[in-house]
Design a protein around this ligand. Structure first.
Ligand SMILES: NC(=O)c1ccc[n+]([C@@H]2O[C@H](COP(=O)([O-])OP(=O)(O)OC[C@H]3O[C@@H](n4cnc5c(N)ncnc54)[C@H](O)[C@@H]3O)[C@@H](O)[C@H]2O)c1
Ligand SMILES: O=C(O)[C@H](O)COP(=O)(O)O
Length: 529
Protein backbone atom coordinates (compact mmCIF):
# COMPACT_ATOMS: atom_id res chain seq x y z
CA UNK A 1 0.00 0.00 0.00
CA UNK A 2 1.34 3.41 -0.98
CA UNK A 3 0.74 6.48 1.14
CA UNK A 4 1.50 9.97 -0.10
CA UNK A 5 2.25 12.46 2.66
CA UNK A 6 1.61 15.63 0.69
CA UNK A 7 1.94 18.24 3.47
CA UNK A 8 4.37 18.31 6.35
CA UNK A 9 2.87 16.34 9.21
CA UNK A 10 4.59 15.32 12.43
CA UNK A 11 7.58 12.98 11.87
CA UNK A 12 6.04 10.69 14.50
CA UNK A 13 2.97 10.27 12.30
CA UNK A 14 5.09 9.53 9.23
CA UNK A 15 7.14 7.08 11.28
CA UNK A 16 3.98 5.29 12.41
CA UNK A 17 2.93 4.83 8.79
CA UNK A 18 6.39 3.60 7.75
CA UNK A 19 6.33 0.99 10.48
CA UNK A 20 3.12 -0.63 9.23
CA UNK A 21 3.88 -3.86 7.38
CA UNK A 22 3.37 -3.52 3.64
CA UNK A 23 3.19 0.30 3.73
CA UNK A 24 5.37 2.42 1.46
CA UNK A 25 5.44 6.10 2.38
CA UNK A 26 6.28 8.89 -0.06
CA UNK A 27 6.89 12.34 1.39
CA UNK A 28 6.46 15.11 -1.17
CA UNK A 29 5.73 18.53 0.29
CA UNK A 30 4.75 21.65 -1.63
CA UNK A 31 4.24 19.83 -4.95
CA UNK A 32 2.65 21.67 -7.86
CA UNK A 33 -0.89 20.57 -8.86
CA UNK A 34 0.63 18.81 -11.91
CA UNK A 35 3.11 16.95 -9.73
CA UNK A 36 0.32 15.91 -7.34
CA UNK A 37 -1.61 14.41 -10.28
CA UNK A 38 1.45 12.39 -11.18
CA UNK A 39 2.18 11.28 -7.61
CA UNK A 40 -1.32 9.97 -6.89
CA UNK A 41 -1.47 7.53 -9.82
CA UNK A 42 -0.90 4.46 -7.64
CA UNK A 43 -1.45 5.65 -4.07
CA UNK A 44 -3.98 4.19 -1.64
CA UNK A 45 -3.96 7.08 0.82
CA UNK A 46 -3.01 10.75 0.95
CA UNK A 47 -2.20 12.67 4.13
CA UNK A 48 -2.54 16.45 4.01
CA UNK A 49 -2.77 19.58 6.13
CA UNK A 50 -4.36 22.68 4.58
CA UNK A 51 -1.90 23.35 1.78
CA UNK A 52 -2.19 20.66 -0.89
CA UNK A 53 -5.45 20.85 -2.83
CA UNK A 54 -7.08 17.48 -3.40
CA UNK A 55 -9.28 18.40 -6.33
CA UNK A 56 -11.75 16.47 -8.48
CA UNK A 57 -8.88 15.95 -10.98
CA UNK A 58 -6.78 14.34 -8.26
CA UNK A 59 -9.55 11.82 -7.47
CA UNK A 60 -9.93 11.03 -11.17
CA UNK A 61 -6.18 10.44 -11.42
CA UNK A 62 -6.04 8.12 -8.38
CA UNK A 63 -7.92 4.89 -9.14
CA UNK A 64 -6.54 3.06 -6.07
CA UNK A 65 -7.23 5.86 -3.61
CA UNK A 66 -9.22 4.78 -0.54
CA UNK A 67 -8.69 7.55 1.97
CA UNK A 68 -7.64 11.18 2.32
CA UNK A 69 -6.54 12.00 5.85
CA UNK A 70 -6.42 15.62 7.00
CA UNK A 71 -4.11 16.22 9.96
CA UNK A 72 -6.29 19.01 11.31
CA UNK A 73 -9.89 20.16 11.22
CA UNK A 74 -10.84 22.05 8.05
CA UNK A 75 -11.20 20.01 4.87
CA UNK A 76 -11.67 23.07 2.65
CA UNK A 77 -8.70 21.96 0.53
CA UNK A 78 -10.34 18.61 -0.26
CA UNK A 79 -13.18 18.29 -2.79
CA UNK A 80 -15.31 16.16 -0.48
CA UNK A 81 -18.13 15.83 -3.02
CA UNK A 82 -15.73 14.38 -5.61
CA UNK A 83 -14.23 12.10 -2.94
CA UNK A 84 -17.67 10.79 -2.07
CA UNK A 85 -18.50 10.13 -5.71
CA UNK A 86 -15.26 8.17 -6.04
CA UNK A 87 -15.97 6.24 -2.86
CA UNK A 88 -13.00 7.74 -1.05
CA UNK A 89 -13.23 8.31 2.71
CA UNK A 90 -12.20 11.79 3.82
CA UNK A 91 -11.26 11.97 7.48
CA UNK A 92 -9.93 14.65 9.76
CA UNK A 93 -8.69 14.92 13.33
CA UNK A 94 -11.28 17.22 14.81
CA UNK A 95 -9.96 17.78 18.31
CA UNK A 96 -6.17 17.47 18.17
CA UNK A 97 -5.56 21.17 17.60
CA UNK A 98 -8.43 22.66 19.59
CA UNK A 99 -6.33 23.90 22.50
CA UNK A 100 -3.59 25.25 20.23
CA UNK A 101 -6.10 27.28 18.24
CA UNK A 102 -8.00 28.45 21.32
CA UNK A 103 -4.70 29.62 22.83
CA UNK A 104 -3.69 31.43 19.63
CA UNK A 105 -7.11 33.09 19.55
CA UNK A 106 -6.66 34.22 23.12
CA UNK A 107 -3.20 35.51 22.29
CA UNK A 108 -4.79 37.57 19.52
CA UNK A 109 -7.47 38.82 21.90
CA UNK A 110 -4.74 39.90 24.34
CA UNK A 111 -2.67 41.46 21.56
CA UNK A 112 -5.77 43.32 20.43
CA UNK A 113 -6.01 44.81 23.92
CA UNK A 114 -2.35 45.43 24.64
CA UNK A 115 -0.22 46.34 21.61
CA UNK A 116 2.52 43.89 22.52
CA UNK A 117 3.47 43.09 18.91
CA UNK A 118 3.71 46.76 17.99
CA UNK A 119 5.69 47.65 21.12
CA UNK A 120 8.07 44.75 20.53
CA UNK A 121 8.64 45.96 16.95
CA UNK A 122 9.47 49.47 18.20
CA UNK A 123 11.92 48.07 20.77
CA UNK A 124 13.57 46.15 17.95
CA UNK A 125 14.01 49.51 16.20
CA UNK A 126 15.97 50.74 19.24
CA UNK A 127 13.19 52.98 20.62
CA UNK A 128 11.92 53.40 24.17
CA UNK A 129 8.35 54.63 23.50
CA UNK A 130 6.07 54.43 26.54
CA UNK A 131 3.33 56.72 25.17
CA UNK A 132 2.18 55.01 21.97
CA UNK A 133 1.33 51.57 23.28
CA UNK A 134 -1.32 52.03 25.90
CA UNK A 135 -4.03 49.38 25.94
CA UNK A 136 -7.36 48.35 27.45
CA UNK A 137 -8.34 45.65 29.93
CA UNK A 138 -10.35 42.52 29.23
CA UNK A 139 -11.80 42.51 32.73
CA UNK A 140 -15.58 43.19 32.71
CA UNK A 141 -15.68 43.61 28.94
CA UNK A 142 -18.16 41.68 26.80
CA UNK A 143 -16.85 39.04 24.43
CA UNK A 144 -19.16 37.73 21.69
CA UNK A 145 -18.25 34.25 20.51
CA UNK A 146 -19.82 33.27 17.20
CA UNK A 147 -19.68 29.47 16.89
CA UNK A 148 -19.47 27.79 20.29
CA UNK A 149 -17.97 24.44 19.22
CA UNK A 150 -14.70 22.90 20.39
CA UNK A 151 -12.50 25.98 19.94
CA UNK A 152 -15.20 28.53 20.74
CA UNK A 153 -15.88 26.64 23.98
CA UNK A 154 -12.23 26.69 25.02
CA UNK A 155 -11.99 30.42 24.24
CA UNK A 156 -15.07 30.96 26.42
CA UNK A 157 -13.39 29.25 29.41
CA UNK A 158 -10.32 31.46 29.09
CA UNK A 159 -12.41 34.61 28.71
CA UNK A 160 -14.42 33.76 31.85
CA UNK A 161 -11.15 33.26 33.71
CA UNK A 162 -10.18 36.82 32.69
CA UNK A 163 -13.42 38.16 34.17
CA UNK A 164 -15.15 38.79 30.83
CA UNK A 165 -18.90 38.52 30.22
CA UNK A 166 -19.32 35.99 27.44
CA UNK A 167 -22.17 36.02 24.94
CA UNK A 168 -22.38 33.22 22.38
CA UNK A 169 -24.29 32.76 19.14
CA UNK A 170 -24.51 29.22 17.80
CA UNK A 171 -27.84 28.20 16.29
CA UNK A 172 -26.95 24.49 16.49
CA UNK A 173 -25.96 24.49 20.14
CA UNK A 174 -28.12 22.86 22.80
CA UNK A 175 -28.98 25.55 25.42
CA UNK A 176 -27.91 23.10 28.17
CA UNK A 177 -24.33 23.07 26.80
CA UNK A 178 -24.18 26.86 26.79
CA UNK A 179 -25.49 26.90 30.34
CA UNK A 180 -22.87 24.39 31.45
CA UNK A 181 -20.21 26.67 29.97
CA UNK A 182 -21.50 29.70 31.85
CA UNK A 183 -22.06 31.70 28.70
CA UNK A 184 -25.15 33.66 27.76
CA UNK A 185 -26.86 32.58 24.58
CA UNK A 186 -27.54 35.54 22.35
CA UNK A 187 -28.65 36.33 18.82
CA UNK A 188 -26.07 37.54 16.34
CA UNK A 189 -27.64 41.00 16.45
CA UNK A 190 -27.39 41.09 20.25
CA UNK A 191 -23.71 40.21 20.01
CA UNK A 192 -23.11 42.84 17.36
CA UNK A 193 -24.82 45.47 19.49
CA UNK A 194 -23.29 44.59 22.87
CA UNK A 195 -19.82 43.10 22.28
CA UNK A 196 -16.56 44.93 22.95
CA UNK A 197 -14.76 41.93 21.44
CA UNK A 198 -15.96 39.44 18.82
CA UNK A 199 -14.27 36.20 17.86
CA UNK A 200 -15.58 33.75 15.23
CA UNK A 201 -15.19 29.96 15.40
CA UNK A 202 -17.26 28.28 12.70
CA UNK A 203 -16.45 26.55 9.44
CA UNK A 204 -16.75 28.60 6.26
CA UNK A 205 -20.05 27.60 4.65
CA UNK A 206 -22.65 29.30 2.46
CA UNK A 207 -24.31 30.41 5.70
CA UNK A 208 -21.20 31.74 7.42
CA UNK A 209 -19.51 33.39 4.43
CA UNK A 210 -19.42 37.17 4.99
CA UNK A 211 -21.48 36.76 8.15
CA UNK A 212 -19.67 39.83 9.43
CA UNK A 213 -20.01 42.32 6.57
CA UNK A 214 -20.59 46.08 6.20
CA UNK A 215 -24.14 45.80 7.55
CA UNK A 216 -22.93 43.82 10.57
CA UNK A 217 -20.19 46.36 11.37
CA UNK A 218 -22.85 49.11 11.19
CA UNK A 219 -24.61 47.43 14.15
CA UNK A 220 -21.45 47.22 16.29
CA UNK A 221 -20.20 49.52 19.02
CA UNK A 222 -17.47 51.98 18.03
CA UNK A 223 -14.12 50.63 19.17
CA UNK A 224 -14.97 46.97 18.60
CA UNK A 225 -12.02 44.52 18.63
CA UNK A 226 -12.47 41.56 16.34
CA UNK A 227 -10.64 38.28 15.71
CA UNK A 228 -10.71 35.48 13.17
CA UNK A 229 -8.73 32.30 13.80
CA UNK A 230 -11.33 30.10 12.07
CA UNK A 231 -11.59 30.58 8.31
CA UNK A 232 -10.97 33.53 6.01
CA UNK A 233 -14.20 34.90 4.56
CA UNK A 234 -16.37 34.61 7.69
CA UNK A 235 -15.46 38.26 8.22
CA UNK A 236 -15.61 40.12 4.90
CA UNK A 237 -12.13 41.53 4.45
CA UNK A 238 -13.11 44.68 2.51
CA UNK A 239 -15.71 45.51 5.15
CA UNK A 240 -13.17 44.97 7.95
CA UNK A 241 -10.61 47.17 6.21
CA UNK A 242 -13.18 49.97 5.92
CA UNK A 243 -14.23 49.55 9.57
CA UNK A 244 -10.59 49.65 10.72
CA UNK A 245 -9.92 52.78 8.70
CA UNK A 246 -13.06 54.56 9.94
CA UNK A 247 -12.26 53.76 13.57
CA UNK A 248 -15.39 51.64 14.04
CA UNK A 249 -13.03 48.76 14.72
CA UNK A 250 -10.23 49.63 17.13
CA UNK A 251 -8.18 46.46 16.64
CA UNK A 252 -8.24 43.21 14.74
CA UNK A 253 -6.33 39.94 14.90
CA UNK A 254 -6.34 37.60 11.95
CA UNK A 255 -4.83 34.16 11.47
CA UNK A 256 -6.80 33.21 8.35
CA UNK A 257 -7.60 35.00 5.11
CA UNK A 258 -9.93 34.89 2.12
CA UNK A 259 -6.91 34.05 -0.02
CA UNK A 260 -3.92 32.26 1.46
CA UNK A 261 -1.08 33.05 1.47
CA UNK A 262 -2.13 36.64 2.14
CA UNK A 263 -1.07 38.91 -0.74
CA UNK A 264 2.24 40.71 -0.15
CA UNK A 265 0.55 44.05 -0.86
CA UNK A 266 -2.53 43.39 1.30
CA UNK A 267 -3.64 46.61 3.02
CA UNK A 268 -3.92 44.68 6.28
CA UNK A 269 -0.14 44.53 6.43
CA UNK A 270 0.03 48.35 6.60
CA UNK A 271 -2.50 48.98 9.37
CA UNK A 272 -0.98 49.64 12.82
CA UNK A 273 -3.97 48.30 14.75
CA UNK A 274 -3.98 44.87 13.11
CA UNK A 275 -1.99 41.82 14.21
CA UNK A 276 -1.58 39.17 11.54
CA UNK A 277 -0.34 35.60 11.83
CA UNK A 278 0.13 33.25 8.87
CA UNK A 279 -2.47 30.53 9.71
CA UNK A 280 -0.66 29.39 12.82
CA UNK A 281 -3.63 28.19 14.89
CA UNK A 282 -2.61 24.55 14.86
CA UNK A 283 1.13 25.19 14.82
CA UNK A 284 2.25 23.98 18.22
CA UNK A 285 4.49 21.03 18.90
CA UNK A 286 1.73 19.32 20.90
CA UNK A 287 -1.05 19.88 18.37
CA UNK A 288 1.03 18.76 15.41
CA UNK A 289 2.16 15.63 17.18
CA UNK A 290 -1.39 14.89 18.21
CA UNK A 291 -2.99 15.37 14.78
CA UNK A 292 -0.06 13.77 12.92
CA UNK A 293 -0.13 10.57 14.95
CA UNK A 294 -3.94 10.51 14.99
CA UNK A 295 -4.27 10.81 11.22
CA UNK A 296 -1.57 8.19 10.65
CA UNK A 297 -3.43 5.75 12.91
CA UNK A 298 -6.74 6.51 11.23
CA UNK A 299 -5.28 5.99 7.75
CA UNK A 300 -3.66 2.70 8.80
CA UNK A 301 -6.99 1.55 10.25
CA UNK A 302 -8.87 2.25 7.02
CA UNK A 303 -6.26 0.59 4.81
CA UNK A 304 -6.14 -2.37 7.16
CA UNK A 305 -9.91 -2.84 6.84
CA UNK A 306 -10.44 -1.69 10.42
CA UNK A 307 -12.65 0.96 11.94
CA UNK A 308 -13.30 4.26 10.22
CA UNK A 309 -13.03 7.19 12.58
CA UNK A 310 -13.72 10.88 12.02
CA UNK A 311 -14.86 10.44 8.44
CA UNK A 312 -16.49 13.62 7.16
CA UNK A 313 -18.32 11.95 4.27
CA UNK A 314 -19.75 8.91 6.00
CA UNK A 315 -20.91 8.00 9.47
CA UNK A 316 -17.96 7.13 11.65
CA UNK A 317 -18.14 3.70 13.15
CA UNK A 318 -15.75 3.04 15.99
CA UNK A 319 -14.91 -0.42 17.29
CA UNK A 320 -17.54 -0.33 20.04
CA UNK A 321 -20.28 0.86 17.69
CA UNK A 322 -19.24 -1.68 15.09
CA UNK A 323 -19.71 -4.48 17.59
CA UNK A 324 -23.33 -3.45 18.14
CA UNK A 325 -24.07 -2.42 14.58
CA UNK A 326 -22.27 -5.28 12.79
CA UNK A 327 -25.22 -7.72 12.68
CA UNK A 328 -27.60 -4.97 11.53
CA UNK A 329 -25.20 -3.86 8.80
CA UNK A 330 -25.02 -7.45 7.64
CA UNK A 331 -28.82 -7.89 7.72
CA UNK A 332 -29.31 -4.56 5.92
CA UNK A 333 -26.82 -5.47 3.24
CA UNK A 334 -28.48 -8.88 2.72
CA UNK A 335 -31.99 -7.42 2.47
CA UNK A 336 -30.76 -4.72 0.06
CA UNK A 337 -29.16 -7.25 -2.24
CA UNK A 338 -32.15 -9.61 -2.01
CA UNK A 339 -34.62 -6.88 -2.97
CA UNK A 340 -32.48 -5.77 -5.89
CA UNK A 341 -32.44 -9.31 -7.25
CA UNK A 342 -36.22 -9.77 -7.04
CA UNK A 343 -37.15 -6.37 -8.50
CA UNK A 344 -37.11 -5.04 -12.07
CA UNK A 345 -33.90 -3.35 -13.31
CA UNK A 346 -35.36 0.14 -13.11
CA UNK A 347 -36.92 1.29 -9.91
CA UNK A 348 -38.09 4.72 -8.80
CA UNK A 349 -37.44 4.54 -5.09
CA UNK A 350 -35.85 2.45 -2.38
CA UNK A 351 -37.67 2.62 0.94
CA UNK A 352 -36.29 1.40 4.22
CA UNK A 353 -38.33 1.12 7.40
CA UNK A 354 -36.97 0.34 10.85
CA UNK A 355 -38.96 -0.88 13.83
CA UNK A 356 -38.13 -1.70 17.44
CA UNK A 357 -34.57 -1.69 18.80
CA UNK A 358 -33.06 -0.65 15.44
CA UNK A 359 -34.77 2.73 15.72
CA UNK A 360 -32.43 3.61 18.60
CA UNK A 361 -29.28 2.73 16.62
CA UNK A 362 -27.21 4.68 14.09
CA UNK A 363 -29.73 4.28 11.26
CA UNK A 364 -27.48 6.27 8.92
CA UNK A 365 -24.88 3.49 8.81
CA UNK A 366 -27.49 0.73 8.48
CA UNK A 367 -29.19 2.65 5.67
CA UNK A 368 -25.89 2.88 3.80
CA UNK A 369 -25.40 -0.86 4.28
CA UNK A 370 -28.83 -1.52 2.71
CA UNK A 371 -28.09 0.86 -0.16
CA UNK A 372 -24.67 -0.66 -0.75
CA UNK A 373 -26.21 -4.14 -0.73
CA UNK A 374 -28.83 -3.00 -3.23
CA UNK A 375 -26.17 -1.53 -5.54
CA UNK A 376 -23.73 -4.43 -5.24
CA UNK A 377 -24.84 -6.10 -8.45
CA UNK A 378 -25.35 -2.80 -10.25
CA UNK A 379 -22.20 -0.89 -9.41
CA UNK A 380 -19.92 -3.76 -8.38
CA UNK A 381 -16.70 -2.96 -6.58
CA UNK A 382 -17.24 0.73 -7.15
CA UNK A 383 -19.91 1.01 -4.45
CA UNK A 384 -19.05 1.42 -0.79
CA UNK A 385 -20.41 3.00 2.38
CA UNK A 386 -19.23 6.42 1.26
CA UNK A 387 -20.72 6.70 -2.19
CA UNK A 388 -23.82 4.47 -1.97
CA UNK A 389 -26.26 7.41 -1.46
CA UNK A 390 -24.64 9.36 -4.31
CA UNK A 391 -24.74 6.41 -6.71
CA UNK A 392 -28.43 5.80 -5.91
CA UNK A 393 -29.18 9.46 -6.61
CA UNK A 394 -27.27 9.28 -9.86
CA UNK A 395 -29.46 6.36 -10.90
CA UNK A 396 -32.51 8.53 -10.21
CA UNK A 397 -33.59 6.32 -7.31
CA UNK A 398 -35.15 8.20 -4.45
CA UNK A 399 -34.02 7.01 -1.04
CA UNK A 400 -36.58 7.10 1.79
CA UNK A 401 -36.04 6.06 5.37
CA UNK A 402 -38.73 5.71 8.03
CA UNK A 403 -38.31 4.93 11.70
CA UNK A 404 -41.59 3.48 12.88
CA UNK A 405 -42.88 3.25 16.43
CA UNK A 406 -45.76 0.92 15.52
CA UNK A 407 -45.73 -2.66 16.78
CA UNK A 408 -44.21 -4.89 14.10
CA UNK A 409 -44.60 -8.06 16.11
CA UNK A 410 -40.79 -8.41 16.32
CA UNK A 411 -38.46 -6.85 18.86
CA UNK A 412 -36.59 -5.44 15.85
CA UNK A 413 -37.50 -5.44 12.20
CA UNK A 414 -36.15 -3.94 9.00
CA UNK A 415 -38.09 -3.73 5.73
CA UNK A 416 -36.58 -2.87 2.34
CA UNK A 417 -38.94 -2.01 -0.47
CA UNK A 418 -38.17 -1.21 -4.10
CA UNK A 419 -40.92 0.74 -5.81
CA UNK A 420 -41.08 0.47 -9.60
CA UNK A 421 -42.22 3.35 -11.81
CA UNK A 422 -45.66 1.68 -12.14
CA UNK A 423 -46.01 1.71 -8.33
CA UNK A 424 -45.54 -2.04 -7.94
CA UNK A 425 -43.43 -2.89 -4.89
CA UNK A 426 -40.87 -5.62 -4.26
CA UNK A 427 -39.92 -6.12 -0.66
CA UNK A 428 -38.14 -8.13 1.98
CA UNK A 429 -38.27 -7.97 5.74
CA UNK A 430 -35.67 -9.24 8.14
CA UNK A 431 -34.73 -9.53 11.76
CA UNK A 432 -31.96 -10.97 13.93
CA UNK A 433 -32.49 -14.09 15.99
CA UNK A 434 -30.66 -16.13 18.58
CA UNK A 435 -27.53 -15.59 20.61
CA UNK A 436 -25.39 -15.12 17.52
CA UNK A 437 -27.74 -12.44 16.12
CA UNK A 438 -28.30 -14.46 12.95
CA UNK A 439 -29.96 -12.58 10.08
CA UNK A 440 -33.33 -14.07 9.08
CA UNK A 441 -35.67 -13.21 6.25
CA UNK A 442 -39.19 -13.04 7.70
CA UNK A 443 -41.10 -11.52 4.81
CA UNK A 444 -40.95 -11.39 1.06
CA UNK A 445 -43.28 -9.43 -1.20
CA UNK A 446 -45.79 -9.19 1.60
CA UNK A 447 -45.74 -12.91 2.53
CA UNK A 448 -44.52 -14.22 5.84
CA UNK A 449 -41.55 -16.58 5.50
CA UNK A 450 -38.79 -17.69 7.85
CA UNK A 451 -35.36 -18.56 6.50
CA UNK A 452 -31.70 -17.73 7.15
CA UNK A 453 -30.50 -14.72 5.17
CA UNK A 454 -27.35 -16.37 3.93
CA UNK A 455 -25.98 -18.09 0.86
CA UNK A 456 -27.96 -19.03 -2.22
CA UNK A 457 -31.74 -18.80 -2.47
CA UNK A 458 -34.40 -19.71 -4.98
CA UNK A 459 -37.39 -17.43 -4.72
CA UNK A 460 -40.28 -19.20 -6.40
CA UNK A 461 -43.83 -17.96 -6.88
CA UNK A 462 -46.14 -20.85 -7.74
CA UNK A 463 -49.72 -22.07 -7.73
CA UNK A 464 -50.49 -23.72 -4.42
CA UNK A 465 -51.23 -27.25 -5.57
CA UNK A 466 -50.21 -30.66 -4.16
CA UNK A 467 -46.85 -31.96 -5.35
CA UNK A 468 -45.13 -28.58 -5.95
CA UNK A 469 -42.47 -29.09 -3.28
CA UNK A 470 -41.76 -32.56 -4.67
CA UNK A 471 -41.55 -31.23 -8.26
CA UNK A 472 -39.02 -28.52 -7.35
CA UNK A 473 -37.06 -30.96 -5.14
CA UNK A 474 -36.86 -33.49 -7.98
CA UNK A 475 -35.73 -30.89 -10.53
CA UNK A 476 -32.99 -29.67 -8.18
CA UNK A 477 -31.93 -33.23 -7.30
CA UNK A 478 -31.58 -34.00 -11.02
CA UNK A 479 -29.02 -31.16 -11.15
CA UNK A 480 -27.32 -32.51 -8.00
CA UNK A 481 -28.38 -29.43 -6.03
CA UNK A 482 -28.83 -30.11 -2.34
CA UNK A 483 -31.56 -28.24 -0.44
CA UNK A 484 -30.36 -26.78 2.85
CA UNK A 485 -33.56 -25.20 4.06
CA UNK A 486 -37.00 -24.22 2.84
CA UNK A 487 -39.84 -21.89 3.79
CA UNK A 488 -43.34 -21.93 2.31
CA UNK A 489 -45.96 -19.23 2.47
CA UNK A 490 -49.40 -18.61 1.00
CA UNK A 491 -52.25 -16.25 1.66
CA UNK A 492 -55.08 -18.67 0.87
CA UNK A 493 -55.04 -22.44 0.20
CA UNK A 494 -54.91 -23.04 -3.55
CA UNK A 495 -53.85 -19.43 -4.26
CA UNK A 496 -50.42 -18.14 -5.18
CA UNK A 497 -47.73 -19.44 -2.84
CA UNK A 498 -44.10 -18.45 -2.20
CA UNK A 499 -41.37 -21.01 -1.83
CA UNK A 500 -37.95 -19.90 -0.55
CA UNK A 501 -35.42 -22.68 -1.09
CA UNK A 502 -31.92 -22.32 0.30
CA UNK A 503 -29.53 -24.43 -1.75
CA UNK A 504 -25.90 -25.45 -1.27
CA UNK A 505 -24.91 -24.93 -4.90
CA UNK A 506 -26.20 -22.82 -7.73
CA UNK A 507 -28.63 -24.68 -10.02
CA UNK A 508 -27.38 -24.81 -13.59
CA UNK A 509 -29.11 -22.97 -16.46
CA UNK A 510 -31.00 -26.11 -17.59
CA UNK A 511 -32.46 -26.75 -14.10
CA UNK A 512 -33.41 -23.10 -13.76
CA UNK A 513 -35.11 -23.12 -17.17
CA UNK A 514 -37.00 -26.26 -16.24
CA UNK A 515 -38.22 -24.70 -12.98
CA UNK A 516 -39.24 -21.50 -14.76
CA UNK A 517 -40.90 -23.50 -17.55
CA UNK A 518 -43.12 -25.47 -15.15
CA UNK A 519 -46.71 -24.38 -15.90
CA UNK A 520 -47.48 -24.02 -12.18
CA UNK A 521 -44.51 -21.73 -11.55
CA UNK A 522 -45.31 -18.03 -12.01
CA UNK A 523 -41.78 -16.76 -11.43
CA UNK A 524 -38.47 -18.13 -10.20
CA UNK A 525 -35.42 -16.10 -9.27
CA UNK A 526 -32.03 -17.31 -8.17
CA UNK A 527 -30.64 -14.96 -5.54
CA UNK A 528 -27.13 -14.82 -4.10
CA UNK A 529 -26.99 -13.15 -0.69
N1 LIG B 1 -6.50 28.77 12.50
C1 LIG B 1 -6.29 27.49 12.50
O1 LIG B 1 -5.17 27.02 12.26
C2 LIG B 1 -7.40 26.55 12.84
C3 LIG B 1 -7.13 25.37 13.56
C4 LIG B 1 -8.18 24.53 13.89
C5 LIG B 1 -9.47 24.84 13.46
N2 LIG B 1 -9.67 25.97 12.72
C6 LIG B 1 -11.02 26.31 12.26
O2 LIG B 1 -11.76 26.76 13.38
C7 LIG B 1 -13.15 26.55 13.13
C8 LIG B 1 -13.80 25.94 14.35
O3 LIG B 1 -13.25 24.68 14.63
P1 LIG B 1 -13.87 23.76 15.79
O4 LIG B 1 -12.95 22.60 15.93
O5 LIG B 1 -14.21 24.56 16.96
O6 LIG B 1 -15.21 23.29 15.06
P2 LIG B 1 -16.53 22.75 15.73
O7 LIG B 1 -17.25 22.00 14.69
O8 LIG B 1 -16.26 22.11 17.03
O9 LIG B 1 -17.35 24.09 16.02
C9 LIG B 1 -17.95 24.87 15.04
C10 LIG B 1 -19.21 25.47 15.64
O10 LIG B 1 -19.74 26.39 14.71
C11 LIG B 1 -21.14 26.32 14.83
N3 LIG B 1 -21.76 26.90 13.67
C12 LIG B 1 -21.94 26.34 12.44
N4 LIG B 1 -22.59 27.20 11.64
C13 LIG B 1 -22.81 28.30 12.37
C14 LIG B 1 -23.45 29.54 12.09
N5 LIG B 1 -24.00 29.78 10.92
N6 LIG B 1 -23.48 30.46 13.06
C15 LIG B 1 -22.93 30.23 14.28
N7 LIG B 1 -22.35 29.06 14.62
C16 LIG B 1 -22.28 28.13 13.66
C17 LIG B 1 -21.42 24.84 15.01
O11 LIG B 1 -22.68 24.60 15.58
C18 LIG B 1 -20.29 24.43 15.93
O12 LIG B 1 -20.69 24.46 17.28
C19 LIG B 1 -13.20 25.70 11.88
O13 LIG B 1 -13.44 26.55 10.77
C20 LIG B 1 -11.80 25.15 11.74
O14 LIG B 1 -11.45 24.84 10.44
C21 LIG B 1 -8.68 26.83 12.42
O1 LIG C 1 -8.37 23.40 10.10
C1 LIG C 1 -7.33 23.28 10.73
O2 LIG C 1 -7.04 22.27 11.39
C2 LIG C 1 -6.40 24.42 10.77
O3 LIG C 1 -6.75 25.38 9.83
C3 LIG C 1 -4.95 24.03 10.71
O4 LIG C 1 -4.44 23.97 9.41
P1 LIG C 1 -2.92 23.50 9.18
O5 LIG C 1 -2.84 22.06 9.50
O6 LIG C 1 -2.64 23.77 7.75
O7 LIG C 1 -2.08 24.31 10.11
Amino acid sequence: MKILVADKISPKGVEYLRKQPGFEVIEAYGSSPEKVLELVKDVHAIAVRSETKITREVFAAAPLLKVVGRAGVGVDNVDVEAATEHGVVVMNTPSGNTIATAELTFTHILCGSRPVAQAAASMREGKWDRKSFSGVELFQKTLGIVGLGRIGGEVAKRAIAFGMRVLAYDPYLAPSRAKAMQVEIATLDEILAQADYITVHMPLTDDTKYMIDEAAFEKCKKGLRIFNCARGGIIKETALLAALKSGKVAAAGLDVYEDEPLAKDSEFRQLPNVVLTPHLGASTKEAQESVGIEIAEQIADVLGGGVIRNAVNMPSIDAAALKTLGPYLDLGSKLGTLVQQISPKQIASLRITYWGKIVELDANSITRAVQRGFLRNISGEQVNFVNAPVLLKRLGIQADVTKSNTDSGYSELMAVEAVAADGKTYSAQGTLIGKGNQPRIVGINGREVEIAAVGKLLVIENEDLPGMVGTIGTLLAKDKVNIADMSLSRLTPGGIAYMLVRVDTEPGPAARDEIKGNPLVKSAKFVQL
